[in-house]
Design a protein. Structure first.
Length: 388
């Protein structure tokens, strides 16, 4: 019955397959293929520029709106704990180290003996100069007594003026020899005292560079270099401060005496108080980033804080008046001028120069060149990766 209903002109599926196998069906004409290609291209253009194109170009993930707001009262920076005062202690004269009386971590007083140098033949030379001084004193006293006797004889007219002058000259020569002998002894006694290396100020021994028997030199004595040479004996440090780098955009909100909070990785749940003590008078540029060095003194730092610890600093600046704000990532530079990228009528970026204000966190104030409610790019979509 189903076979009788089939039109004789309509081949069965089996017959169609057989016909294809025998080449009875003709290939599509090139004109038909061309029409299909044009239809596909047209549909693509329609999707790109037709009413559906706007839905594809959703700029929400790539833009934001400039709005008025208040900058955060905190400026963040990172830095490192370092000593407020630091010297490398060395002898005044080169020589062998005989004794080292301190170790790292020891707290010492001003003038405390830290080390003793090898005295060599210093004691023998001291005895020799002491003997020479005694001899010079005796010679001077003898000649002085003779001068006093001759002075009376000269006044009585017994001796001539020339004889009296000769005695006076000899006494003065013995006196000069006595002064010289005393000075030589004092120099040697000073050298003897310097064999004991003393702390130039009260502080903590933060490094030990030599051991008894080491040859040390005075090349870095009482220096303030960042690290001692091998010829130094110990490093002595006093106090604790933080050295931080503050970007140029934030340095205008930092002043001497300003309060700050310090956090170190070793004690992440604790906060330590600090005050700004110094702001560098000139900027430093690294990787095209301009910053200023700012130093902060820690207020009553606990002993558990150590030199070299990494610190995160929060500068307390107070809240500013409302300003037009954009994300800092929206700021770009073109021909050396700061600006933002606006969304033009073709949904492409257009550079707009602006005058920048302060920054805090991830927000930057715009003083001129932009109106509230304007959309700006914070990232470029794939179709707008280049600007005309």
């Amino acid at each position: 019955m189903l076979q009788s209903l089939r039109s004789p002109a309509s081949p069965s599926p089996e017959a169609e397959l057989a016909s294809v196998a025998r080449g009875r069906f003709k290939r599509p004409k090139p004109a038909i293929i061309g029409l299909l290609v044009l239809a596909l291209c047209g549909s693509g253009l329609l999707l790109r520029f037709g009413p559906w194109s706007n839905r594809q170009r959703d700029l929400t993930p790539f833009t934001t709106t400039a709005e008025r707001g208040v900058l955060s009262g905190v400026i963040t920076a990172s830095g490192e704990l370092q000593a407020q005062q630091k010297v490398n202690v060395s002898p005044r004269k080169q020589g062998l180290l005989d004794e080292l009386l301190v170790d790292e971590g020891d707290v010492v007083e001003d003038g405390q003996v830290l080390a003793v140098m090898d005295r060599g033949d210093l004691d023998d030379r001291l005895q020799e100069r002491q003997a020479l001084l005694r001899q010079a004193e005796a010679n001077y006293q003898t000649k002085k007594q003779e001068f006093e006797r001759r002075s009376k004889l000269y006044e009585s007219g017994v001796i001539s003026a020339d004889d009296f002058s000769d005695v006076r000259f000899e006494m003065l020569a013995r006196q000069a020899a006595l002064v010289a002998a005393r000075e030589r002894l004092e120099q040697l006694e000073q050298e003897s005292r310097e064999q004991k290396i003393r702390a130039p100020f009260a502080g903590t021994i933060t490094a030990r560079y030599a051991e008894p028997g080491s040859f040390v030199t005075p090349t870095t004595a009482a220096s303030a270099t960042a690290g001692a040479t091998s010829s130094s004996i110990v490093e002595l440090s006093l106090g604790l401060e933080v050295s931080a780098r503050v970007p140029e955009s934030d340095i205008g909100r930092i002043v001497t005496g300003q309060n700050a909070e310090i956090r170190v990785d070793a004690f992440p749940d604790e906060r330590f108080k600090a005050k700004v003590s110094e702001i560098a008078p000139r900027a430093e540029k690294e990787d095209n980033v301009t910053s200023f060095e700012v130093k902060l003194n820690l207020v009553n730092p606990p002993k558990k804080l150590l030199i070299g610890m990494t610190a995160d600093i929060n500068f307390q600046t107070g809240r500013s008046s409302p300003k037009l704000l954009v994300p800092t990532v929206a700021i770009v530079t073109e021909d050396g001028k700061p600006g933002v990228l606006l969304v033009d009528e073709n949904q492409k970026p257009r550079f707009q120069p602006v005058e920048l204000g302060n920054s805090s966190g991830d927000q930057t104030a715009i003083l001129n060149g932009l109106e509230s409610g304007t959309r700006v790019f914070i990232d470029l979509p794939p179709w707008a990766d280049r600007r005309d």
